[in-house]
Design a protein around this ligand. Structure first.
Ligand code: SAM
Length: 319
């Protein structure tokens, strides 16, 4: 049965990091079931929270849950990709905001609904789209990508073991008949993995499913665009906070933050340091914030979570 509840990860840490002031504008870039939005709204009086999600089901749920906050315009809930956060914020009537939070990945209701095809635990269609209106599905990736393309996806986005074996097994299997369901794919993966790999910790299909999901939703490009645009529309003094669940995302966030938190090179010996070479971001905490023992015990989704927080200290433009 579909679980409607999403147990938010690093909720207090992420929302507190924004230092919300009651009459300013904040963005929740990944609304989900509104756990973060709810906490953010507690601190908003004259200001607004703009919340985005790509998933139609998340938006319809949010429209019901936050009916009164939407009516009074304290909450502006939009179906949008955070890769287009600038346009979304501008469609809400604003061009800058005081804080932005991302809580990446899949929500529990998405993961636990077999029809969405995200999980290797339930049988369902090979779908995996966050945005149900998008054309590309996991079915297309599995049934039309060449063995070489599949291998690259498994390697690049999943760091998956023996990617070529699994890619070849998929191509062989689909030459007999197309692969339609999650559990058909799980079987193909399991049958092609060597015993020692299967005995390792974690579900043998996990890395492959993660890789396919990242490919279907073009997750890393959206995140890259989302981060850049967020840094542009953030006011000087504003905070960006990002919760990630896997190393590829975390590396992208930490690299982006670190690069902007450094001095750019400039000719040594000049009397005044030019403004445009000075750091544009300040990293608020050097090490990523991770869940407490208590949260880890109560929420299995929290295990790989890492929160990174940065403050904008100078104008940023990527153009
Ligand atoms: C982990 S959940 C967020 C949970 C939320 N913080 C809460 O407490 O309820 C991630 C959400 O981000 C959404 N999402 C994923 N990629 C997105 C994108 N590119 N643009 C907008 N939303 C996206 C998913 O649909 C999902 O609902």
């Amino acid at each position: 049965m579909t679980e409607l509840v999403h147990n938010s990860v690093l909720l207090k840490e992420a929302v507190d990091s924004l230092g919300i002031r009651s009459n300013e504008i904040y963005v929740d870039a990944t609304f989900g079931r509104g756990g973060y939005t709810f906490e953010m709204l507690k601190n908003i009086n004259q200001g607004h929270v703009i919340s985005l999600d790509l998933d139609e089901a998340a938006i319809s749920f949010g429209k019901q849950r936050f009916n009164s906050e939407i009516k009074t315009n304290r909450l502006i809930l939009l179906k949008s990709n955070y890769g287009q956060i600038k346009d979304a914020v501008s469609s809400a009537g604003f061009n800058s905001v005081s804080g932005i939070v991302f809580d990446l990945g899949v929500s529990s209701p998405q993961f636990d609904d077999p029809e969405r095809g995200f999980s290797y635990r339930f049988d369902g269609p090979l779908d995996m789209r966050m945005d149900q209106k998008q054309d590309l599905t996991a079915y297309d990736v599995i049934n039309t990508y060449s063995a070489e393309e599949l291998k690259k996806v498994f390697q690049k986005y999943g760091n998956a073991p023996v990617p070529y074996k699994v890619a070849n097994a998929i191509v062989k299997s689909r030459s007999r008949r197309s692969i339609k369901t999650t559990l058909e794919l799980v079987k193909i993966i399991e049958d092609s993995l060597p015993e020692p790999v299967k005995r390792k910790k974690g579900h043998p299909s996990k890395k492959f499913f993660q890789a396919i999901r990242i490919e279907v939703n073009n997750e890393l490009d959206s995140l890259k665009d989302g981060l850049r645009q967020s840094l542009e529309i953030l006011k000087v003094g504003g905070i960006i906070s990002v919760v990630t669940f896997q190393p590829l995302e975390d590396r992208l966030v930490s690299k982006t933050f670190r690069r902007l938190a450094q001095y750019k090179s400039y000719p040594k010996g000049i009397p005044i340091i030019p403004e445009d070479v000075k750091p544009q971001l300040e990293i608020v905490q050097k090490k990523a914030i991770t869940p407490t023992e208590a949260e880890l015990t109560n929420n299995h989704r929290a295990h790989s979570a890492r929160l990174r927080v940065a403050k904008k200290i100078r104008k940023i433009s990527f153009r």
